[in-house]
Ligand binder design. Structure first.
Ligand code: 7RM
Length: 630
């Protein structure tokens, strides 16, 4: 395979991928096992948009993740499962065991009447059974949609309804940090408004008391005993949907991003092997949750397609103490470690004593993902975790891109702190100005777009293709718009500067300002609110909410608590504002548009230069807001 081993080779592969993308990707696709090869590599139209890769190809991604490895790697560990509690036994799951469990659970799904094209929602903590459920859906052609187990019943219910899911797979409870978390109870609440769900399969994790509804709910462990460990793989078309994953945007409710079988398979394996330079027998650890795209592509699919051994971690970086990541790295002799800048900053703040207890000498490559990394955190990571000799790959990508688009190739691309560096082969980034003119040359800044499709580009937003078109393909003609701002420096290196739309990035989690506002507005006393992000030392961005109440409150603290509870109920704890300011009015233009630019500046503390406020309906509200800053 076109495994890149030098910078010259990167350059020649890149050139090939731009000059003849179809030949480039065809060669890579040829290394997978297909039931039938494609008739044509690519057809695309960014206007509609309609993008088809490996047209007419037939495959099942799980055969490439599992069956194909049985000959050589049956007894190799696929996942080392590290439980939340370091005193609980870890579990090593070999490729053979994973294959058998996936087949068994696929048969369980079938026994419930679930078939190709049906949507199955997975609401589970980070346990191997989540990966098994993902793969079991893919095995039978059911569309999986994992919802991060920190989302509220309201969010979960909204997604299940949007997709008309027929089944939910879940657990009784979850262990995450010091206290157990209810899971099944959240599902029960969510399902009050979801009549389409006929089956709930519950994996017993904590053993806590839960309600089981007769005729609807069954135990995973019981069902698995009734079925065989063999399940033929459903034959899928390259462009059949593999999964839906919800992600936040600048307006409305989160969108269900759709990825399809063929292109996603080819791209996740290619990027996993190249970016991380994974070698046989190495141990890879991505600390993301499978509820996010990073977990889909670089815990489940990419590593399994490559036949890798991975660590899967149930817990949090600070439990039982801030040394947990480093302890786990030593325990499994992790070679490649992939985490988020927010985790690095939090652990940096905990001090070196936790780091120095561990050797960390198995580490070879470090990675980051999810948000811009500040130079200080990059240097700390490089020096104290990588001991100065592990290349860092700062990988830029999105739920919509399916896999990494801009990133160093570990040990091959010269790195610069804070830079995602160069596009991977097959990726053609352009920077555009406000008017949509492409900005040529180096030492420039603009909005980041991609001008040519790569195999795992978003195909549609579930149930609403028009939304996909207007969100990503109409801002600039014939370009995919990422929503990110970006600099290209004198060496042609890319530095992602952050979102240019109303999407916040809080601890690496994507949250729309509009979503938080609508949750806050559910509070009975709140008439209007405006939410902006502001720089936060650990989280990257914090959430600042300006709210208008219908009445005077004697107890403002009480009101704030209620607002936090409302946001937790509607979205989940990750979307709780860090700061809430009760205001009398919001800065609005004469046409009624909230001037977020001003609110952002106030939240940032940049009150000396608020810019032009003369177009405001009532400029005096600005002075009031500045005075009442929290
Ligand atoms: C993988 C993931 C996507 C948004 C994206 C960016 C930001 C992600 C980086 C980054 C700077 C990075 N998917 N982002 N990676 N910003 N440097 N290396 O995070 O859909 O949840 O978020 O995250 O703003 O648009 S996501």
């Amino acid at each position: 395979m076109a495994r890149i081993t030098s910078f010259e080779q990167y350059q020649s592969e890149y050139k090939k991928s731009v000059e003849n993308p179809e030949a480039f990707w065809e060669e890579i696709a040829n290394e997978f096992s297909w039931k039938k090869k494609w008739d044509k590599v690519l057809d695309w139209n960014f206007e509609k948009p309609e993008i088809n890769w490996f047209i007419g190809g037939k495959l099942n991604i799980t055969e490439n993740c599992l069956d194909r490895h049985l000959e050589k790697r049956a007894d190799q560990v696929a996942f080392h499962f590290e439980p939340n509690d370091p005193n609980e036994n870890s579990r090593a799951i070999t490729y053979r065991q994973l294959y058998e469990d996936v087949c068994r659970f696929a048969n369980v799904l079938k026994s419930k009447g679930i078939k190709k094209g049906d949507r199955v929602c997975l609401y589970m903590p980070m346990i191997p059974e989540l990966a098994i459920a993902v793969l079991a859906c893919a095995r039978i052609g059911a569309i999986h949609s994992v919802v991060f187990a920190g989302f509220s019943a309201t969010s979960l219910g909204g997604r299940i309804q949007d997709m008309h899911c027929c089944a939910v797979v879940t657990t009784d409870g979850a262990y995450r940090g010091a206290k157990p978390i209810p899971i099944k109870a959240v599902v029960d609440d969510a399902l009050d408004v979801c009549p389409s769900v006929e089956n709930v399969i519950v994996y017993k994790r904590t053993g806590e008391e839960i309600k089981m509804i007769d005729g609807r709910d069954t135990w995973w462990q019981d069902e698995m005993k009734k079925v065989s460990a063999e399940c033929p793989a459903e034959i899928m078309d390259s462009e059949d949907t593999l999964f839906i994953l919800y992600t936040s945007g600048s307006t409305g409710q989160p969108k269900g991003v759709v990825h399809t079988c063929g292109g996603y398979m080819v791209y996740t394996k290619y990027t996993f092997e190249n970016v991380f330079q994974y070698n046989d027998k190495e141990v890879f650890w991505c600390t993301a949750d499978i509820g996010w795209i990073t977990g889909h592509s670089y815990i489940v699919y990419g590593p399994l397609l490559a036949g890798a051994t991975s660590v899967m971690f149930e817990g949090v970086p600070t439990f039982p103490d801030a040394g947990r990541f480093w302890q786990v790295i030593d325990k499994y002799k992790v070679n490649i470690f992939y985490t988020a800048p927010t985790a690095i900053r939090a652990l940096q703040a905990s001090g070196l004593d936790f780091v120095n207890l561990y050797k960390l000498n198995s580490l070879r490559i470090l990675g980051t993902v999810g948000e811009p990394i500040n130079e200080e955190a990059w240097e700390w990571y490089h020096k104290n975790i990588g001991k100065g000799n592990c290349p860092i790959v700062d990988t830029w990508w999105q739920t919509e891109t399916g896999g990494i688009l801009i990133s160093p190739i570990a040990g091959i691309t010269k790195t610069k702190p804070g830079f995602a560096t160069l596009p991977l082969p097959g990726v053609q980034p352009v920077l555009v100005d406000e008017k949509g003119n492409v900005i040529e040359g180096n030492n420039v800044e603009g909005n980041l777009c991609i001008k040519f499709p790569w195999p795992s580009i978003i195909r549609t937003t579930y149930g609403n293709h028009e939304r996909c078109r207007t969100t990503y393909f109409t801002t600039y003609e014939n370009l995919y718009f990422t929503g990110d701002g970006c600099r290209r420096d004198e060496d042609g290196y890319y530095r992602i500067t952050g979102r240019v739309d109303d999407v916040m990035n809080v601890s690496g989690h994507r949250i729309g300002t509009a979503e938080v506002e609508s949750a806050i507005n559910m509070h009975f006393d709140i008439v209007e609110s405006a939410v902006v992000g502001y720089p936060h030392d650990i989280k990257g961005q914090g959430i600042y909410a300006y709210v208008i109440s219908t009445k005077e409150h004697d107890d403002i603290e009480m009101l704030k608590k209620e607002i936090l509870a409302e946001v937790t109920k509607i979205i989940g704890p990750i979307a709780k504002p860090d700061k809430i300011q009760v205001v009398r009015g919001l800065p609005k233009t004469r046409s009624g548009k909230i001037m977020r630019r001003i609110l952002r500046k106030i939240a940032e503390g940049e009150i000396s230069n608020l810019g032009d406020t003369s177009t405001l309906l009532d400029p005096s509200v600005v002075d009031e807001i500045v005075k009442g800053r929290v």
